[in-house]
Design a protein around this ligand. Structure first.
Ligand code: GAP
Length: 438
């Protein structure tokens, strides 16, 4: 984990937030490579689950929602963790995550547990007070439920169909930690998939199974080996207040096997509560039978940062490569799937000589229009290859003095380290095809 955190910081994936002022506890910023990685995940998710499916739509709701939403959804009452505090050092812990009865930090006595609501509160307008209180959403899901009628009225979609959303969520976690694994501000990618009210268990279970499979396929697409995934069936007594069945997909993180994403059967809990509390008709009307009812919901839910972290852990490799002096050195390489790599191609002139760098910059200018492409002319070519391996760049293009004569360049593959000579005028197409390959 230390190696990954250090690489993430050193190469510009993730920085501690507000670092020049000493940082803000467990808050992180995504740097130039981190934002590319994160955007690649969000874009691929949207394409796969919203654009490429005929039964899906998208939405982007506000982060701040009326407090009435959280009253109806049950979050104000139920969305809490048991908190205990050390009477000696005053550090707070989640009671359900503790393995001993006294304080893990100083051995002091702990208070009796009390329920601590995880919603992050703020005030709207110039006057602070109960009336101005609002909450940042703790899940993106509710933005979909409260817009259900708007979506139905504007799209006339027939059941079953789903609505996807990508956006920030906030939770005042008692014990954030493990780098970007558990934070108070994070991003979710959620789908609420609406189905007919089931008459028997198999009526909802078939959709649950469909999304279980879709979830596993997506995890695999990120380059994560399914051998490192554990499906945890949440026992009835531990289910969230809205859920009838939940599977946590756990990943073997270096700090333990922990939840990566989840899949829940939320029944008609949310639509029904919002319908009844708001007084709006949130029922769906079947066009054939004319019957009105609250659809039931299957919900696959993904945390973006957790996927980023799991993808980085899965991609991280160290191998040994020969040096020019007949010795071996360690090569750190992030073996991301090509579509996920933050930089697709690096352009490296063999030397800084004017005629080479002029040609290399010209090639970089052309490639940059198609791919995220870096240009690097400092230090030895070996060191520059290592730098690109370390951030997972699938291809390096080297321009040497022969390039000026034969109008060709050397393309090096990150994984095989094999090199191929390619004509400059065929380079764009060549890379496009290579990047499409698995
Ligand atoms: N709408 C359902 C829901 O929010 P959840 O299991 O509480 O369910 C879903 O959260 C996903 O959001 C988790 O599987 C995880 O990936 C991500 N997530 C939840 N809390 C998080 C936190 N504090 N930091 C980072 N990601 C978090």
């Amino acid at each position: 984990m230390e190696k990954i955190i250090s690489l993430a910081k050193r190469r510009g994936f993730v920085f501690p937030s507000s670092e020049i002022y000493g940082g803000l506890q467990n808050s992180w910023d995504f740097g130039p490579l981190g934002v590319e990685l994160k955007n690649n995940i969000k874009e691929a998710w949207w394409k796969r689950f919203v654009h490429q499916r005929s039964d899906m739509l998208g939405i982007d709701a506000a982060l701040l929602m009326s407090s009435k939403v959280w009253e109806a959804s049950g979050h104000l009452k139920e969305f809490s963790d048991p908190l205990v505090e050390c009477e000696k050092c005053r550090v707070r812990f989640r009671a359900d995550a503790l393995k001993k009865e006294d304080c893990p930090d100083c051995g002091g006595k702990l208070t009796a547990p009390r329920q601590f609501n995880l919603m992050l509160k703020t005030y709207l307008g110039a006057v602070e007070g109960k009336a101005a209180e609002v909450y940042f959403r703790p899940e993106t899901a509710q933005g979909i439920f409260v817009n259900f009628k708007n979506i139905l009225d504007t799209t006339r979609k027939q059941l079953p169909f789903g609505v996807g959303q990508v956006g920030k969520a906030f939770r005042n976690e008692i014990t954030p930690g493990n780098f970007i694994y558990r934070t108070r501000e994070f991003e979710q990618m959620e789908i609420e998939y609406f189905i007919n009210p089931p008459e028997k268990e198999s009526d909802w279970n078939k959709y649950f199974e469909m999304w279980r499979k879709e979830t596993l396929d997506w995890i695999e697409y990120l380059g994560i080996d399914l051998k490192d995934i554990n499906e945890l069936e949440i026992p009835k007594e531990e289910l969230a207040h809205y859920s009838k069945r939940t599977i946590d997909f756990e990943y073997k993180f270096p700090f333990g096997t922990k939840e990566l994403c989840g899949l829940a059967y939320r029944t008609d809990f949310d639509l029904k509560n919002h319908g009844e509390k708001s007084g709006e008709n949130l029922k769906y009307k079947d066009s054939e039978t004319g019957q009105e009812f609250y659809p039931h919901v299957i919900e696959p839910s993904f945390g973006v940062e957790r996927l980023v972290l799991a993808a980085m852990c899965s991609a991280y490799h160290e191998d040994f490569v020969p040096t020019s002096g007949n010795e071996t050195e360690t090569r750190v390489v992030l073996k991301f799937p090509k579509w996920l790599a933050p930089v697709k191609v690096a352009v490296l002139p063999l030397s800084k000589k004017e005629e080479l760098s002029r040609k290399a910059k010209e090639i970089h200018g052309i490639l940059r229009k198609k791919f995220v492409a870096e240009y690097d002319e400092t230090q030895s070519i070996g060191k520059r290859y290592r730098r690109q391996d370390e951030i997972g760049t699938p291809y390096c293009v080297t321009i040497d003095f022969d390039s000026l004569e034969d109008k060709a360049v050397t393309v090096r593959d990150r994984d095989t380290m094999k090199q191929e000579r390619i004509k400059i005028n065929e380079l764009g197409t060549y890379l496009e095809e290579k990047l499409e390959e698995k």
